[in-house]
Design a protein. Structure first.
Length: 549
């Protein structure tokens, strides 16, 4: 009698990054030549666990350096308390647990949820990454999905006909710190729909079918850049992560050379400690140049490769693309082409990002923002600010939203001319931008400005602008500022934040001289930080006018 292992073969399907067009990982799929091993595995947790280990070993035999996705039934994890043999199998294959993502496959019905969550927590503690598979076409409860807090959520392609559902899942995943992938993509229209709905990863026949030999080159159709909602301060680094070539810190220069020459697309190798934390970064060109020099191979081949490496540049998984550029900017120009290692909260490497990918994406975003710049001040309009407000709300971050305007600008224009008024608006906008630091400044029309900042950064910004000696046509001019501080959960979107700000603006305009009023969403009343009591008189020499929103 033949064992099921005698007829079992495996195929590999790439998971594609829609941002970069590169293969982000390989999913290993069982392809039995006889019988229905998968149906048996669904009923038999021990068999399913052996199947997962076999899939890992099959991938290891192909000597691929790409991260791996392995399938396991939810019931298997709950029944066995995890996958006890997998950790040793991963080590035996020369891989690290954080290079392996476990795709938890439905059904979830009748699976003990507490046992499943405990098993997932144990696997996470070992370093494995977790993916929730079959979402949209399975039976996973939404509450369980949030409790699992997966690193990746895989959606069925059938959901692409309901883009609102995909966008909603993208919002949930941003809150959970997860990426969104779409499975079963077969057409270019589906690919475009996945990207426009916010998915970062995809797999399916369009890119490459499952094959016995892992493929590194896939077909990715050209897709015009898509801006999701309003322009953001910067896309998450998670959207650009490529697989990292990782070797132990003890690896010899000869082993690193073999990896680099066998994989022409690699730009470098990261040397990590036993916990997976990057210790040295070996750049392809500099390393191979050292090895190819006179006596280079004889000198270095059997020596540790870390002597030819540099201190790694790292960013956390929660960083933005702009923060990566800040990291690249620090240091010598000879390292601008180095990959930047992306590390999780334990400092373990989860991949790398390339400068070229970031520059291309940020240029697209800047192009979109440029189209919305105010022609007078060259500051972004309200869309840029409210988009960032909504992003902060969805990520659970507090913020302070301020409105500023120039008191009695109409009288300035009537008395000193519109050119003097325009020059004053440009000067105020420039002062706001100069004092902003990491705050976001927008010009929403006329003499109205919006400022989005962290609360602790607000006081020096407002003080710098209000204390400046403003004048137009030889006459002094004052400014009014209203701020609403929104703590986590105090508002649901930018519409609510604007509604909380409106009465504060009215209160600021009712004060005498330069004024600043601050209130807090969810709390009554407000604090007058600058300005005197009583209605603000018209500027000397100008006719009085009603304040306007």
């Amino acid at each position: 009698m033949h064992s099921w292992t005698d007829t079992l073969r495996f195929a590999f399907q790439p998971v594609v990054n829609l941002r970069t067009g590169a293969v982000a990982a390989l999913e290993t799929l069982a392809r039995p030549e006889a019988g229905d091993v998968l149906a048996e595995a669904r009923r038999d947790p021990e068999l399913d666990a052996r199947l997962t280990v076999s899939a890992l070993r099959a991938a290891a035999r192909k000597e691929t350096l790409l991260p791996l996705h392995l399938n396991v039934f939810a019931a298997t994890l709950a029944d066995l308390g995890g996958l006890p043999p997998l950790h040793d199998a991963v080590r035996g294959a020369g891989r690290m647990p954080w290079e392996v993502t476990l795709d938890i496959v439905p059904p979830y019905t009748h699976v003990p949820q507490r046992a499943l969550l405990e098993a997932v927590a144990s696997l996470r503690e070992q370093g494995f990454r977790i993916s929730a598979d079959g979402i949209g076409d399975g039976d996973v409860p939404l509450r369980l999905l949030t409790d699992l807090s997966p690193d990746l959520v895989k959606l069925d392609a059938s959901l692409l006909t309901r883009p609102a559902a995909v966008r909603a899942m993208r919002t949930l995943c941003e809150e959970l710190g997860a990426l969104v992938a779409v499975e079963g993509v077969e057409t270019e229209l589906q690919c475009a729909a996945a990207l426009s709905a916010g998915a970062q990863l995809a797999q399916g026949e369009l890119f490459a079918p499952p094959a016995r030999i892992p493929v590194a080159d896939v077909y990715v159709p050209f897709l015009a850049p898509v801006t999701l909602g309003a322009p953001r301060s910067g896309p998450s680094v998670r959207e650009f992560v490529r697989p990292a070539a990782v070797l132990p810190l003890t690896a010899s220069a000869g082993r690193v050379r073999a990896v680099l020459t066998g994989s022409p697309d690699l730009s470098g190798v990261l040397l990590v400690d036993p916990s997976g934390r990057p210790v040295r970064s070996v750049h392809r060109s500099r390393f191979l140049l050292s090895m190819s020099g006179r006596y280079g191979h004889a000198l270095y081949a059997d020596r540790p490769a870390f002597k030819l490496g540099d201190a790694p540049r790292t960013v956390g998984v929660d960083a933005t693309a702009w923060e990566v550029l800040d990291v690249v900017a620090v240091g010598g120009r000879d390292r601008t082409s180095d990959d930047v290692a992306v590390v999780d909260r334990q400092g373990r490497c989860v991949g790398v990002v390339r400068l070229a990918d970031l520059v291309r994406a940020l240029a697209e975003i800047r192009g979109e923002e440029a189209a919305g710049l105010n022609p007078l001040t060259r500051l972004p309009g309200s869309d840029a600010i409210v988009g960032e407000v909504d992003r902060r709300i969805s990520s659970g971050r507090g913020f302070a939203l301020s409105w500023l305007d120039i008191d009695h600008l109409k009288q300035v224009n009537d008395g000193a001319g519109f050119a003097a008024g325009d020059e004053l608006i440009r000067a105020v906008g420039g002062a706001l931008q100069q004092a902003a630091g990491r705050a976001r400044v927008g010009h929403i029309g006329g003499d109205d400005f919006l400022v989005l900042a962290d609360e602790e950064a607000l006081a020096p910004l407002v003080t710098a602008v209000l204390d400046a000696p403003w004048a137009a046509g030889g006459r002094p001019v004052t400014l009014s500022v209203a701020t609403v501080v929104c703590g986590p959960g105090s508002v649901s979107d930018h519409h609510q934040a604007a509604a909380r700000l409106a009465p504060l603006k009215k209160a600021a305009k009712a004060l005498h001289g330069g004024s600043w009023v601050l209130g807090r969403a969810g709390f009554p009343g407000h604090e007058v930080r600058r300005g005197g009591p009583g209605p603000a008189p018209a500027q000397a020499g100008y006719a009085a006018a009603e304040p306007r929103w």
